[in-house]
Design a protein around this ligand. Sequence first.
Ligand SMILES: Cc1cc2nc3c(=O)[nH]c(=O)nc-3n(C[C@H](O)[C@H](O)[C@H](O)COP(=O)(O)OP(=O)(O)OC[C@H]3O[C@@H](n4cnc5c(N)ncnc54)[C@H](O)[C@@H]3O)c2cc1C
Length: 175
Amino acid sequence: MLGETEISSCSADLSVAGIGVVPNVELARDAGLAIANGIAVDQFLQTSDPAVFAIGDCAEHPNVFASARVRLESVQNAIDQGKCAAANVVGRRQPYRAVRWVWTEQFDAKLQMAGLSTGSDRTVIRGDPPTKKFSVFYFKEDSLIGVDSINRSADHLTARKLLATGANYIGPGGG
Ligand SMILES: Cc1cc2nc3c(=O)[nH]c(=O)nc-3n(C[C@H](O)[C@H](O)[C@H](O)COP(=O)(O)OP(=O)(O)OC[C@H]3O[C@@H](n4cnc5c(N)ncnc54)[C@H](O)[C@@H]3O)c2cc1C
């Protein structure tokens, strides 16, 4: 732990900078909306004031796949929540239940993540890690809950379909 004025150095083969965001909730808080880990919304993305919706990085929502309230930071989530909120605004009432996915390219690695792997109790690797073409499948109680793929787009797309349709239970010891 470094104090604010301390300067230190250390050597390492690799360093990873994990940078997240802190949502700007001041406006919502000042407006009297409920705030949790972000602006609290329900399954229809409505805030504590039903006339106000919140979406994207700033919105903490009940996520059906996580069975918990989460705040997601991805372009997919922001877009899909925008569509869902718009539908609810015009009276086509629908809960938010899009499968979370994220994609990024880092040099020669195309990383694609589907689902939420938090709480998994088993992982299965498919592919060949040394060649940078592999996927990690995350299971919880014999159900697939997430897949991280590197240069294996077919695995990613299949995972999204399985998660979206609920066809992700493999049975005891399967996978
Ligand atoms: C460095 C970095 C890399 C990323 N890479 C990826 C990636 O590879 N793939 C991926 O899926 N996601 C990635 N993300 C995340 C992705 O950018 C966000 O999840 C997405 O932009 C969220 O969209 P949003 O509309 O919720 O919020 P934002 O895009 O942050 O838009 C919010 C807007 O609201 C404005 N705003 C805030 N407060 C106020 C206020 N009080 N009044 C008026 N305007 C206000 C902000 O200025 C901003 O323009 C990355 C994020 C970062 C920071």
